[in-house]
Design a protein around this ligand. Sequence first.
Ligand code: SF4
Length: 305
Amino acid sequence: MTTSELKNKILQLKKETNTVILAHTYQEPDIIDIADITGDSFFLSKKAAEIKAERVIMCGVRFMAESVKILSPETETLLPVPSATCPMAEQIAPERVRKFKEENPQAQVVAYINTTAALKAECDVCVTSSSAIKIVDKLNAPEILFIPDQHLGSYVKARLPHKNITLWDGYCPVHAQLTKEDVLQCKKDHPTAKFAVHPESPKEVVELADMVGATSEIIKYAKETPGEIIIGTERGVVDYLALHEENGERFIQLSPEKLCCEDMKKITLEDIYNCLLGKGGESIALPEDLRKKALVSINRMLELG
Ligand code: SF4
């Protein structure tokens, strides 16, 4: 079957089976092309809660499929490739959070949305990279533990010096590889370009940026800012901009060899097709008590954000 025949079969099958395909912006362009809704992880979860579908196929990594299930327990949620996980989402064991809370009963634990459902269930509130500063600033606690990303955490901490924030030592293995030299070399090659970066990147890289933001904010900035833009996040963002914008060549990928998330790229059109045929993927199941606890920290994020 050719790629275009496969895409047509997927489009036909999703209609017949009342299935909605969600795709994170980091997915390959062919997957973005057949998806009903594209965006960052939190936007997709919220959309999944709004739409009425029998089944959702989440093209992303496991914590994203879990977020859909937390918000839409009645919807069958499929992850096309069960091994597609975010390494950062599991860099702290839920038991460690429980122990920290026992030892520090006055403290609050803030979990980046890129965490497993089991971790969200142990935390007080979730944040996204775009809402983290606003939400942490509103917390009334003598101590705050920010998990798991040390880079996003230190970005937040630097902007809220009046807060007592303890950081966990987790990191995104994709963004954490970036160095100051990568940026300086790219700026040398594109001297008039603006630089937009994701806050999961190290401080020395973030300090060189004209704009720091979540995936959706980087896309908005790149669309609205004239001239060349160096994009310091997973390379799916540049693919997405090239697919949706004229003059796609003005979007410059920083370190394309480093900024590729292997887990995000595991899903293929064949995997999605097999899900639709009922022959592949994993249907996400969460114990109800865990789901409800995780929902509390997501709802608190919605309230405070
Ligand atoms: S880019 Fe980083 S944070 Fe995002 S899914 Fe991949 S490893 Fe996780």
